[in-house]
Ligand binder design. Structure first.
Ligand code: ADP
Ligand code: MG
Length: 366
């Protein structure tokens, strides 16, 4: 069944030089960010980095000290929340216990003085879009956590918001429901072509369903990119550390070739790509290499002089489809993942070589 296209169309969200302070605390520092129309965009970062503050600023619950927010061409920076028409969903979805599912979803429309027939039709549509149409007459306490979350999503959608703002929407659900609901949220956003800003500290959620994400730290945006960008090409150590697992190796620059560099480390010489080509390091300067554990190739023979280390397997965990090794190279211990593990049995546990493609070695300045 075709879904309605929203009255005001699909909008971009543009944030310009946004600063928000709470007394002495600057929660957001001079942020610039553009979210494309219909994009499922994530704000990702550790607790206290400013995610909720940014989301609440978009909704209109906080007025920034400096800067502007645009929905499409409209400057909404100083508009009251109800005039911004955003659909919101939080960690605690707070359905009213004394109302049925349908009444909970209808509430926002009654406030907006929508006619009875229109309410009935739109509540039906919203419940159908989250596959809850057969639960309309139930009370929230007769629903599972995941079903309550679907109702909360329907309640956000029914007002035909200009954008959807989600703050850690799945953190009250168990692991299995989280997996199910994140796919469901993506489906709904894409079906409605809704520009969506989704806040989480869970990198798996962000990597699995986002179109793009911003990594925040201390009120600053460190990097914006697709899941692949931020995972494969982190621009700084904080992002490399925050997203996925990585080995860091300290070293110094001995050669530079465009976006590539050669780095001498305590366990050998590596060619790698600059994480942030806009800030090329000087020759002989100190840098850090970031290498993902699954990028190492294990072998009994050395293939090349560079980008190859020679060590022995220390601790390891066998997980069936993958084994996680500690590879001990002199006084350095590297984390190495091997898919379809071959090096786990005793005979294979002597000296081994591990090599890594220069494309998988990211040279970071700080
Ligand atoms: P996150 O959602 O990423 O965990 P927040 O946006 O809630 O982070 O908080 C960012 C910073 O702003 C934190 O240092 C927090 O203590 C501070 N902060 C957030 N809300 C308020 C508030 N209402 N009053 C004072 N400080 C706040
Ligand atoms: Mg928060």
């Amino acid at each position: 069944m075709p879904r309605q296209v929203y009255d005001r169309g699909i909008i971009s969200i543009r944030i310009e030089k946004l600063t928000k302070r709470f007394g002495a605390v600057t929660a957001l520092h001079d942020l610039d960010l553009t979210i494309d129309p219909g994009e499922l965009f994530f704000l990702l970062g550790p607790s206290g980095c400013g995610k909720t503050t940014l989301l609440r600023s978009l909704a209109g619950f906080y007025i920034p000290e400096e800067g502007n927010i645009y929905f499409g061409e409209e400057n909404v920076s100083r508009l009251e929340p109800h005039k911004r028409n955003t659909g919101m969903m939080f960690q605690s979805y707070a359905l009213w216990p004394h109302m049925s599912v349908a009444e909970n979803v209808a509430f926002g429309l009654q406030e907006r003085k929508v006619s009875k027939e229109e309410i009935k039709r739109r509540v039906g549509e919203a419940l159908e879009s989250v596959r809850m149409e057969s639960y309309a007459e139930r009370r929230p306490n007769q629903l599972s956590g995941g079903q309550q979350q679907r109702v909360a999503l329907a309640r956000a959608l029914v007002i035909r918001p200009r954008c959807l703002l989600l703050d850690e929407p799945l953190s009250n659900l168990d692991a299995k429901l989280r997996l199910e609901m994140r796919t469901e949220i993506r489906r709904v956003c894409k079906e409605f072509k809704l520009t969506t800003v989704y806040v989480t500290h869970d990198q798996k959620e962000a990597l699995s369903i986002s179109d793009r994400m911003a990594i925040l730290d201390g009120g600053n945006i460190l990097q914006v990119g697709t899941p692949r960008d931020v995972y494969k090409k982190p621009t700084c150590k904080t992002v490399a550390h925050f997203i996925g697992e990585t080995d860091f190796l300290e070293g110094s620059i001995t050669g530079m070739y465009g976006n590539m560099a050669t780095v001498e480390t305590g366990i050998g010489r590596f060619d790698g790509v600059l994480g942030d080509p806009s800030r090329p390091p000087a020759l002989n300067s100190k840098v850090t290499l970031s290498i993902r554990p699954e990028c190492w190739e294990l072998s009994h023979e050395r293939h090349a002089e560079r980008n190859s280390v020679h060590g022995r397997i220390g601790e390891f965990v066998y997980l069936g489809e993958v084994a996680q090794y500690e590879l001990v190279v002199r006084d350095t211990s590297l984390k190495v993942f091997e898919r379809n593990p071959r090096f786990v049995d005793g005979a294979n546990r002597g000296e081994i070589f591990a090599s890594v493609d220069p494309e998988d070695v990211v040279v970071l300045v700080d």
